[in-house]
Design a protein around this ligand. Structure first.
Ligand code: 4NP
Length: 156
């Protein structure tokens, strides 16, 4: 099983949505038995919490099921996951800090975007609903390319 982890700060807005969007694409390609995904936050504020209702709404708008219980990124994740996708630069640095070293397979999510490649997926928590729509578009485009990358790399 190829294991993919999406990481943001709180694990209630961006990374659970990324996990849901990516999972849907994995399912559509018939790769559920080959690729699994999870998400985590670098902070512990929302451990045990469900995804933010605005992430749930944007997922529903695109008919994507979303289900996750907030958890904090931990040291063991660095070795357990083949690919770790940080939503922004701060997440990227915090992952390295918590892991003690840069995990193999650590990328920024938008390294896989076709628009403004390498930029951050901005934190939508304190903004309006349009911020969540914008985040969805980034995650949708980036997930397509991330999945293509994994399929090619592992000859799936
Ligand atoms: P996320 O958004 O990192 O995309 O889940 C946030 C959620 C909560 C907080 C910050 C960002 N917070 O400060 O509680």
């Amino acid at each position: 099983m190829i294991k993919v982890l999406f990481v943001c700060l709180g694990n209630i807005c961006r990374s659970p949505l990324a996990e849901a969007v990516f999972n849907q694409k994995v399912k559509e390609k018939g790769l559920k038995n080959e690729i699994s995904s999870d998400s985590a936050g670098t902070a512990n504020y929302h451990v045990g919490h469900a995804p933010d209702h605005r992430s749930v709404e944007v997922a529903a708008k695109h008919s994507i099921p979303i289900q996750h219980e907030g958890r904090q990124y931990q040291l063991q994740d660095a070795s357990e996951f083949d690919y770790i996708l940080a939503m922004d630069d701060q997440n990227f640095r915090d992952i390295i800090h918590i892991s003690g070293d840069k995990p193999e397979g650590l990328f920024k999510m938008r390294d896989f975007d076709t628009v403004n490649k390498g930029d951050n997926v901005p934190d939508p928590y304190y903004g309006g609903r349009d911020g969540f729509d914008h985040v969805f578009e980034m995650l949708d485009r980036s997930s397509d390319k991330l999945l293509d990358f994994i399929i090619e790399k592992h000859n799936l």
